[in-house]
Design a protein around this ligand. Sequence first.
Ligand code: DHB
Length: 311
Amino acid sequence: MTAVDLSTRIANVELQSYIMNASGPKCTSFDELKAISQSASAAVVTKSCTIEAREGNPLPRYQNLALGSIQSMGLPNLGYQAYLAMMADLKAQGKPVVVSVSGFSIEDNVKMVSAFMESEADLIEVNFSCPNIPGKAQVAYDFEQTKQSLAALSELGDKPIGIKLAPYFDMSHFVAMADIINQFPVKFVTCINSIGNTLVIDPHTEQPIIKPKGGFGGLCGEYIKPVGLANVRAFRELLNDDVSVIGVGGINTGIDAFEYLLAGADAVQIATCFEKQGPECFARIESELKQFMGSKDYMTVAQAKGQLKPL
Ligand code: DHB
């Protein structure tokens, strides 16, 4: 009924819709990725990969919460070569593929990004913000390491590279990180990752609710939407115009996605809602977004993008 057009673009990659899965839930195996291809997700985003396959952290490592989840998965994945090997089959499913890489060093990331540059992947999202590996700090909170990483990643090929950022909570950090990103050929940023190292306690058992790291894990879902919106807004205003911004954090409805659109996101990703509801969530959120935009006479993404009004 509505003629709202949600097509958009990240770097040079055309997307049929504004909504895709986030790296994280249900995107590790080929079968999971195939299910995403067959949903209304605009693209297929893979679980962050490492050089070697990993089992991840001890269980329990994920718990649903009333308004989201807490997780410390520990990067369970098949190892980057498995994603390289399945790339042609994934692409044959017909959707753009965004491969997420999360090395433990600059060398790891250079090796994996170099390999994916030669693959059929459309976009490479380098994860600078995994909070769940014991002893490994989040790169995105270390500005010097971020700069060194981007310098090393900038020469590896023509395929667009983006970075998955941690949430920031201080204006000076938005400015410092945007200044670094603007110095390199980063084509997109994805913000935000989970809020790292939060603690949920069960008062009855007097224990944390997840096992890894003494219960410290990434907070996800509706709790973090205002943080995601602020990060998208700040980076949209501070980054060069040719850097796309992907919003993620607490999107459960089309209206949530519309808020990210007003903040300036070029597209959005869905993690916790997809984890809880499965691949049907993409079509539902898409149809809700179209409905809400249509009711406000916004017919394209471009018409509403960044149009947050001053109060
Ligand atoms: C994991 C969690 C993250 O937030 C992330 O960015 C990458 C990996 C994990 O624990 O598997």
